[in-house]
Write a protein that binds this ligand. Structure first.
Ligand SMILES: Cc1cc2nc3c(=O)[nH]c(=O)nc-3n(C[C@H](O)[C@H](O)[C@H](O)COP(=O)(O)OP(=O)(O)OC[C@H]3O[C@@H](n4cnc5c(N)ncnc54)[C@H](O)[C@@H]3O)c2cc1C
Length: 297
């Protein structure tokens, strides 16, 4: 839609003084989707020329804020990254038209800070770190899990910019498990739960998003039991942090989150590469199997 209060669009590479009514422009898929009466000027990031994706010397992945969902999806992920499938799972968790797929940016998704932001889910689960730059040029880092603090709320200060997110090599090397629930086919996520297994010490981390107003990460020592996972995940989310909107009631979101956390616990407890439907391993999660009584209550 036309933003008829916007008087100027500025290239972010040029010098400018941040003024009231200024806003960074990423892909614009949120900004141009509804009225923004408070915005007078857009500072356009699209010509910064930042390299969208870069594997660093220590095998971490640096994702520029301006990287689009399409670029992230297309980027060839090295086979040594056991976490590679998670990228596509999260890209596809987006309720994305062709325009959003090709225009929406990784940074715009984080800075929009919606509970159902799939790039938030991805980056929080893979223990990403945000690099932020203020108006004076000073940089600071914040973990993605601490960047979003509520529905549509984050720690960005006035005029501060998200420059990039770095995903550490160690987490990229670990196995992951992904579950997403929506009230209708191809609908917005009502619950999105990701498990990551540390390749060095075998610890499990469960990251809850979409069902909660902010991403919630819970760490477990190796081989936690069902009761421990259920109790810890439920405890980590305060009662008023279960998100409530048209895409799902809080009680349903909590139910799906705890169910998925248990499925993920079982999936990642099973040996890598086992086919759940035929595997006789005691921890193996059959996709159709309901959680045990212990976990599903
Ligand atoms: C039909 C439809 C469906 C959608 N579905 C989803 C969905 O399922 N999940 C979801 O999360 N969103 C959804 N969105 C909202 C939006 O498309 C996404 O959040 C998208 O990722 C925003 O990215 P963008 O680059 O277009 O951000 P923009 O619209 O450009 O910006 C979004 C916000 O972030 C700020 N911003 C952008 N980049 C930076 C930066 N580098 N540093 C600091 N601030 C910045 C902007 O000032 C603005 O406040 C949907 C939108 C539509 C229209």
């Amino acid at each position: 839609m036309d933003l008829n209060t916007v008087q100027e669009v500025r290239d972010a590479r040029r010098h400018y003084v941040w003024l009231p009514g200024d806003a960074w422009l990423g892909g614009g898929t949120y900004l141009f989707s509804e009225p923004q009466p408070h915005i007078r000027r857009l500072i356009d990031l699209s010509r910064t020329g930042w390299e969208p994706l870069r594997i660093t010397a220590d095998d971490s992945l640096e994702i520029a804020a301006t990287c689009t969902i399409a670029q992230l999806s297309r980027f060839p992920k090295p086979a040594r990254w056991a976490a590679a499938p998670l990228f596509e799972q999260c890209c596809r968790a987006f309720l994305a038209s062709w325009k959003i797929w090709n225009m929406a940016t990784f940074g715009g998704n984080l800075c929009n800070s919606l509970p159902a932001g799939p790039m938030i889910s991805l980056a929080a689960a893979l223990d990403g770190t945000c690099l932020l730059r203020d108006q004076a040029g000073s940089m600071r880092t914040v973990r993605v899990a601490d960047f979003v603090v509520g529905a549509g709320r984050n720690v960005l200060q006035r005029g501060e910019l998200l420059r990039s997110v770095t995903l550490p090599a160690r987490v990229l090397a670990g196995r992951t498990a992904f579950r997403q629930a929506s009230l209708y086919g191809l609908g917005r996520s009502g619950a999105l739960v990701i498990g990551t297994l540390d390749p060095v010490d075998g610890s499990l981390t469960i990251t809850v998003s979409a069902s909660t107003v902010r991403p919630v990460r819970v760490w477990f020592p190796p081989s936690p039991n069902a009761a421990a996972v259920r109790e810890a995940v439920d405890h980590a989310v305060a009662p008023d942090e279960w998100f409530d909107d048209i895409h799902g009631l809080p009680a349903w979101r909590r139910h799906m989150t705890l169910r998925y956390a248990e499925e993920i616990r079982r999936e990642l407890a099973a040996p890598a590469g086992c086919a759940p439907a035929s595997c006789a391993h005691p921890h193996c999660a059959h996709p159709d199997s309901a959680p045990t009584e212990e976990a599903g209550r």
